[in-house]
Design a protein around this ligand. Sequence first.
Ligand code: DGL
Length: 261
Amino acid sequence: MLRRIGVFDSGIGGLTVLRQLRAAFPELDMIYLGDVARVPYGGRSVETITRYACDDVRFLLRFGVDAIVVACGTVSSNALDVLRETFDLPIYGVIESASRLAAQLTRTGAVGVIGTQATIRSGAYQRYIAAADPQVHITARACPLLVPLVENGVEPMDPVAEMIVDRYMSPFDSENIDVMIMGCTHYPVYRPALEKRLPGVAMIDVGEALAQALRGKFGQGEGQGTTAYYATERSAAFDQVVRIMDPGVDPAAIRVENPFR
Ligand code: DGL
């Protein structure tokens, strides 16, 4: 039975996952870690991503968590197997549930995937979608500027964000997709701009897909419903980013601790 879970991301983006987990599991205690000091992970090598992810898991283990949720598409797609081999507790990533949902939802048989460079390069979403339905045609595109945009506090409908979204979405215009996986946990912030640019395309929030999948897997948990927030740094735009990510989180309640130096 679950009581306390650890949730981590390279930055503040994982709050989009935490919010979905909180809605699905109001009874659990949750510890969130955002490795703001080292964000973004998405342009780094598999080795570096794996090393950072191991640090993040060790940080959360101090709190006696029963399971870990990797609230980061980049880590889920590049380091999940190593994390599972290294640590002796259940570890869940965001790729599999979102991929299964995309394969289920598509009517045109064409699915789009967007993520960081490391996520798209790994081919993880592509593999899991193909495993769910080998007939699905997949178009995947890295959108490396979106994470720095969010982490610098650029608002969801800022014209700069809309312009960059427009550029990144152009390869999908000719692909007849009806489902798009927002394969990085920062991207739900730009969902309004994505929906405006791709009208009629169903957007999959990977945090929501995972929370629903886990809710189906676990019965009632036993925690007190508390949430503790940690970040490895208070960046310049920190308060603004937290507000954009989840207006329900008080930035002052996020403790800053960096044991990774
Ligand atoms: N939220 C992370 C993800 O889902 C952002 C990756 C990054 O740090 O570049 O991929």
